[in-house]
Each structure stands twice: as structure tokens, then as C-alpha cells.
Design a protein around this ligand. Structure first.
Ligand SMILES: NC(=O)c1ccc[n+]([C@@H]2O[C@H](COP(=O)([O-])OP(=O)(O)OC[C@H]3O[C@@H](n4cnc5c(N)ncnc54)[C@H](OP(=O)(O)O)[C@@H]3O)[C@@H](O)[C@H]2O)c1
Length: 243
């Protein structure tokens, strides 16, 4: 489906972004994989000659000019890099908050701006931002900063969809509920009992999404099958937020 297409994926070294890279390569894409984990980037490069890896800390925007002067056109951008941290409001830390916002919100915007400036997008390109149901749809105690960053992405996608339509660039968000991934396996504060109760909130199967259940909709939004879809937010949560 992606033969002859080049897709840049941030967060390529773990979870959703990593799974997406594998699937895009399987479907004939050339992948520009962005992450900090050198070992994981190397693993991806060893998999296929169609991988170009860029080792970048996306919170370091001053490095963007040198790191993202790609010298090639891309047909898609998926911003999957993100961090999740919880803090109750009475322990609010500006430093923690700003790091979450910088990673989850400012970095995708700065990257899009850099790629636009360098005229890296082909006409017809598709941008997919990883939001979450947590923020635009639901709340969760202790997650104000994360929720703010993810809700803001949905607003940004609408504005960018309007702004970039004249270049035939589409911009959409996907908003997963909980996904069985490295990010959620680190939630050590949840007992097995609490985790089972949480999964029971998901009507489809009483479980979290698999990585493939998130990457499938992302590949759809990247593809020509979604050629008239822009400015939307696709919720992927097994019906959790429909209740
Ligand atoms: N997992 C879920 O349940 C869930 C639910 C809803 C939304 N989401 C969103 O989906 C996205 C992917 O989640 P995931 O589960 O795949 O997460 P993950 O497994 O924890 O992976 C996070 C990725 O982000 C990259 N990253 C983080 N900070 C970075 C930085 N400063 N510079 C460069 N890369 C950075 C990491 O790169 P390195 O490892 O190389 O540092 C890693 O590849 C995130 O935006 C997340 O908020 C996830």
C-alpha cells in the first residue's frame, strides 16, 4: 500500500511508533525513523535498507535545523513520541509540566514547522498526531499536564488542517484509550486488581487495545483511502468513552 512512499515516524524506537515502522516497511514504504534509543534505531536499520534513522531528542528544538534538513520529500509524518507522567495538582511542578508540554505538544508543532520550512512534504502528504482519549475526551486524576498536551493536539490538528489544505497536506489525530505497550506496562502503581477493573471499562473485550489496533487506523489515515479526511480525531478505545 505504501510502495514508493516515505513516512517519517517519531517514537520509532518503542510501542506504537515502532510497530508502525515494521508494518509500513512490510507494505513497501521507506521509513525515516526518529528516536533516542540508539540500539533500537540500529535494529530497525538492520531490518531493511529502506530505513533511515535519525537520533534526536525532540525536546532539543535547536538541533532541528541540522537533524531534519532531510534532503528528501516525505509523504507522511506520524508524531508518536510522547511521555506520560502523573502528578497530583497539589504537587504541581512547572518543570515537569513544561517537559510534558514540550515533548507532547511543542515538539510535534516545531517538527511540522521545520519540515514545512524545508519544503519536505510532498503534495498529498498526511500528518497523524498521537493524541489520547485522556484530554480531549476524558479526564484522569493526576494527569492534568498530559491531558492538556493531548487535548491541545486535537485543536492544533483542526487549525493545521485548514492551514495546510492549500498544499494538499492532511492533518488528523488518533486518540487511543489504553494500549498494551511499553508505556502502560510501566504503570507500576496499578495492582493487578485495579488493572483488571480498568480493563473491564472497555466494552470490546474488557481489555486494552493491541498495538496493531492503533497502527491500523494510523495506516488508514496515512493512505489514499483517507484522501478526503482532514481535521478529525479518530477515537480508538473499544467503546470505553462511548459510555
Ligand atoms: N500506550 C498508551 O496506552 C497510549 C494511549 C494513548 C495515547 N498514547 C500516545 O501514543 C504515543 C505512543 O505511545 P507508546 O505507548 O508507543 O509510548 P512508548 O512505548 O513509551 O514510546 C514512547 C516513544 O517516544 C519517544 N520519545 C519520548 N520522549 C522523546 C524525546 N524527548 N525525544 C525523542 N523521542 C522521545 C521514545 O523514544 P526513545 O525510547 O528512543 O527515547 C519512544 O520511542 C504517545 O504520544 C502516547 O502519549 C499512548
Amino acid at each position: 500500500m505504501f510502495s514508493g512512499k516515505t513516512i517519517l515516524v517519531t517514537g520509532a524506537t518503542s510501542g506504537i511508533g515502532h510497530q508502525l515502522c515494521l508494518e509500513l516497511l512490510d507494505e513497501g514504504a521507506r521509513v525515516v525513523a526518529v528516536g533516542r534509543n540508539t540500539e533500537r534505531l540500529l535494529e530497525l536499520s538492520r531490518l531493511s535498507g529502506d530505513v533511515r534513522s535519525i537520533n534526536a531528542d525532540l525536546t532539543d528544538m535547536e538541533s532541528y535545523q541540522s537533524k531534519f534538513d532531510l534532503g528528501e520529500k516525505i509523504d507522511g509524518l506520524v508524531c508518536s513520541a510522547g511521555i506520560y507522567e502523573t502528578t497530583l495538582m497539589r504537587y504541581f511542578s512547572v518543570i515537569k509540566h513544561e517537559n510534558i508540554m514540550r515533548t507532547n505538544l511543542t515538539a510535534p508543532l516545531a517538527l511540522i514547522a521545520e519540515l514545512l520550512k524545508n519544503r519536505n512534504f510532498n503534495a498529498g502528504a498526511s500528518i497523524v498526531l498521537l493524541s489520547s482519549i485522556l484530554g480531549p475526551v476524558t479526564g484522569l486524576i493526576g494527569s492534568a499536564s498530559y491531558a492538556a498536551s493531548k487535548a491541545a493536539l486535537v485543536g492544533c490538528a483542526k487549525t493545521l488542517a485548514l492551514e495546510l489544505a492549500k498544499y494538499s497536506i492532511r492533518v488528523n489525530c488518533v486518540s487511543p484509550g489504553m494500549v498494551a505497550s511499553e508505556m502502560t506496562s510501566g504503570l507500576g502503581y496499578m495492582s493487578t486488581e485495579a488493572s483488571n477493573a480498568d480493563k473491564a471499562r472497555y466494552p470490546l473485550g474488557g481489555r486494552y487495545a493491541t498495538l496493531q489496533e492503533v497502527t491500523g487506523p494510523i495506516r488508514f489515515l496515512l493512505s489514499n483511502a483517507a484522501s478526503f479526511i482532514t481535521g478529525t480525531n479518530m477515537v480508538i478505545d473499544g467503546g470505553c468513552s462511548a459510555q
